[in-house]
Design a protein around this ligand. Structure first.
Ligand SMILES: *[C@@H]1O[C@H](CO)[C@@H](O)[C@H](O)[C@H]1NC(C)=O
Ligand SMILES: *[C@@H]1O[C@H](CO)[C@@H](O)[C@H](O)[C@H]1NC(C)=O
Ligand SMILES: *[C@@H]1O[C@H](CO)[C@@H](O)[C@H](O)[C@H]1NC(C)=O
Ligand SMILES: *[C@@H]1O[C@H](CO)[C@@H](O)[C@H](O)[C@H]1NC(C)=O
Ligand SMILES: *[C@@H]1O[C@H](CO)[C@@H](O)[C@H](O)[C@H]1NC(C)=O
Ligand SMILES: *[C@@H]1O[C@H](CO)[C@@H](O)[C@H](O)[C@H]1NC(C)=O
Ligand SMILES: *[C@@H]1O[C@H](CO)[C@@H](O)[C@H](O)[C@H]1NC(C)=O
Ligand SMILES: *[C@@H]1O[C@H](CO)[C@@H](O)[C@H](O)[C@H]1NC(C)=O
Length: 567
């Protein structure tokens, strides 16, 4: 607790307003992260946008509510919260709103509200003003390889009037980490054109197609029937999805479907659907496989345009805040983008994770690709593994990758590991403890990952050689392919649930770890592997019997899901 040093000034009338604001350091770094070099103070006139996360009324209450509607043992299972119920829990208290408004007014600022609950606002100010408001030292940093400049401060403080009301100011001490696409374009192997127009009836060693996935996981071709069923797909980085490409894809692999079956486009952050935009495989992959697998489900592409602001997560926050503003958010959301956990501050990561909890409480199943870098390479200590955001968040379902098909085995680059930020949630205690006891010390991995952290992935699906049409067909590999595949399957399951008047699956993990895993095919062959430097031996985890940090519980089986859910 800080003493109120300036109390005496209250006797001095007008001087009161000019009293120092009694700042307290709120977040601080000792130095810029590796790879960033200061090039001097940021220009005082440069305008920057700062986002303020305001203290929520009852954040723990929201998490309790999430678990009570997602845990099959709870009497409230499936009774998802309404938009209003979620907002009632997380909206800032009135004293917080009052404090913020008074502070804005005193400083002549106008704020924009960014989230429906009002727990995020933004202000635009010149650097000089930002330095003054938060006792900061905004500096221009350059990032070695990328050669791009970013404005950050190594420390900032909150004036006394904001203490306890503002959780964080961003971007300040969280430096950009270039957001990875789970299927990096470099994973494209070749540019063969598929000549034959007849759908293959099975998987081949070289190609994964719609019929292959239908056969492998028992996915039906029968159209979904429920009007209010929905599947959301996230797009960033200019990853447009071209309708004309989708049409050729459907003609090739779904001759039984109307080739003009389309997806719905919803842009945010300036995202527009530009049919002339160059093709970047992620968007085509995600849309072609969701529309192609989730027959007749309303697929919506939530597209954040080209720029996601150098990895400051603005795009992630803008998307989730937009979805939270909808009366009917998608019942399943699949996202194939992520970043290394360690490059982001816990406070920032946690704001995103808490927002996913809100959407989960409303009944959305949130899937994230587990990443394409195996266990990852530690930034500051190469010995250590490097877990991924947002797969580290306990309130989302992380999807790892498999390869081959007979037998299906762990994909060699499937992301997986243990969070350093989030403790292991109780729903995965039994499964993860069992793995730790038997396999935690294998491969020389002891001490290289956090045995008490939230472990991921939760499940997996095929990741290799998905044929995507971009004027020609070529194979794309990555957990970017796995997540939309699982998303499509779960959307079709939701359709059956809705048809019976039942609730959608919602936040999957408590159900998954309690019983849902029985509907997944355990992957027990293969391993993840990544070499972090030329002198370093490859590191990774093995796929094992039961849950493992490469493929989770394994791959979905539609028929088993139906029977487990009594559908
Ligand atoms: C502010 O940062 C600049 C680098 O941009 C540094 O030269 C200066 O010493 C810092 N000022 C303070 C008061 O820390
Ligand atoms: C796999 O796809 C390629 C095009 O990428 C095609 O040339 C080849 O015939 C396919 N292989 C099989 C076994 O279907
Ligand atoms: C879908 O619509 C049906 C009928 O209008 C309704 O009973 C059900 O609650 C809706 N489900 C969702 C998830 O919105
Ligand atoms: C499909 O939807 C996109 C996005 O809304 C739209 O731009 C495009 O014109 C539609 N294509 C067809 C063939 O209807
Ligand atoms: C599909 O979902 C989008 C986004 O929620 C909605 O705007 C659109 O009306 C839906 N389309 C149909 C055919 O239901
Ligand atoms: C890296 O981490 C390992 C495992 O915790 C530790 O033994 C080692 O001392 C660390 N190395 C450095 C350079 O910090
Ligand atoms: C390991 O995870 C725990 C639980 O989340 C956390 O408290 C601890 O700080 C982590 N350890 C390291 C070295 O990051
Ligand atoms: C993973 O398996 C491959 C092939 O079986 C092997 O060469 C590699 O060394 C393994 N990597 C690790 C980290 O176990």
């Amino acid at each position: 607790m800080l003493a109120k040093t300036f109390l005496p000034f209250v006797f001095l009338g007008l001087v009161c307003a000019m009293a120092p604001a009694n700042f307290r350091v709120h977040e601080k770094l000792n130095a810029a992260p590796q790879g960033f070099t200061s090039v001097g103070p940021a220009s005082p006139e440069q305008t920057i946008t700062l986002r303020l996360a305001l203290a929520q009324d009852n954040a723990p209450g929201l998490v309790d509510a999430l678990y009570s509607v997602s845990d099959p043992a709870s009497s409230k299972y499936g009774q998802h919260l309404t938009k209003q119920e979620v907002e009632d829990l997380v909206s800032p208290k009135s004293d917080t709103k009052d404090a913020i408004n008074a502070w804005l007014q005193e400083n002549g600022l106008t704020a924009t509200t960014l989230s429906p609950a009002g727990d995020w606002i933004s202000i635009q100010v010149p650097v000089s003003k930002a330095n003054e408001l938060f006792d900061a030292n905004f500096t221009t940093f350059t990032q070695g390889d990328a050669g791009k400049n970013v404005v950050r401060t190594l420390s900032y403080s909150l004036p006394e009037v904001l203490q306890g009301h503002v959780d964080l100011v961003h971007p300040t001490v969280s430096f950009p980490s270039y957001i990875e696409l789970s299927s990096a374009p470099k994973q494209k192997r070749s540019f063969h054109s598929v000549m034959q127009r007849n759908p293959l009836s099975a998987c081949s060693t070289t190609n994964t197609t719609i019929p292959c996935l239908q056969e492998l996981y028992g996915i039906p071709r029968t159209p979904a029937t429920q009007k209010n069923n929905s599947l959301g797909v996230t797009g960033f980085f200019g990853n447009n999805a071209h309708t004309d490409f989708l049409k050729v894809f459907l003609e090739t692999y779904r001759p039984d479907m109307d080739p003009n079956t389309n997806y719905t486009f919803v842009g945010f952050d300036g995202g527009v659907n530009d049919p002339t935009a160059p093709s970047v495989s992620e968007g085509e992959l995600d849309i072609q496989y969701t529309v192609g697998l989730a027959t007749n489900v309303n697929v919506t592409y939530y597209f954040g345009g080209f720029d996601i602001h150098d990895g400051d997560l603005f795009g992630f926050f803008d998307e989730i805040n937009f979805l939270l503003s909808l009366d009917n958010p998608p019942l399943v959301l699949t996202t194939s983008y992520g970043s290394s956990e360690s490059s982001l501050t816990f406070d920032l990561v946690d704001k995103a994770c808490q927002a996913y909890a809100q959407l989960g409480a409303r009944g959305t199943t949130i899937l994230f690709a587990a990443g394409d870098s195996g266990v990852g390479c530690g930034r500051t200590n190469q010995t250590l593994f490097s877990p991924m955001f947002p797969s580290d968040c306990p309130f989302v379902t992380s999807v790892g990758g498999t390869q081959s098909f007979s037998p299906e085995e762990a994909w060699i680059h499937s992301g997986g590991g243990f969070s350093n930020y989030y403790a292991r949630p109780s729903y995965q205690d039994a499964a993860v403890s069992a793995w730790l006891a038997t396999h935690g010390k294998e491969n020389g991995n002891e001490g290289r990952f956090n045995t008490s952290g939230r472990a991921f992935p939760d499940i997996a699906a095929k990741a290799d050689n998905f044929l995507v049409y971009e004027g020609i067909f070529f194979p794309v590999t990555g957990t970017s392919a796995s997540s939309p595949t699982v998303g499509s399957i779960l959307a079709l399951i939701n359709d059956r649930l809705l048809a019976k008047g039942r609730s959608p699956l919602g936040f999957l993990n408590p159900w998954l770890y309690a019983k849902g895993h029985k509907a997944f095919t355990d992957i027990t062959i293969g391993n993840s592997s990544i070499q972090c430097s030329s002198t370093d031996a490859p590191r990774g985890f093995k796929a094992t019997k039961g849950w493992d940090p490469v493929t989770g519980f394994g791959t979905p089986n539609f028929h088993k899901l139906l029977s487990l859910l009594h559908l």
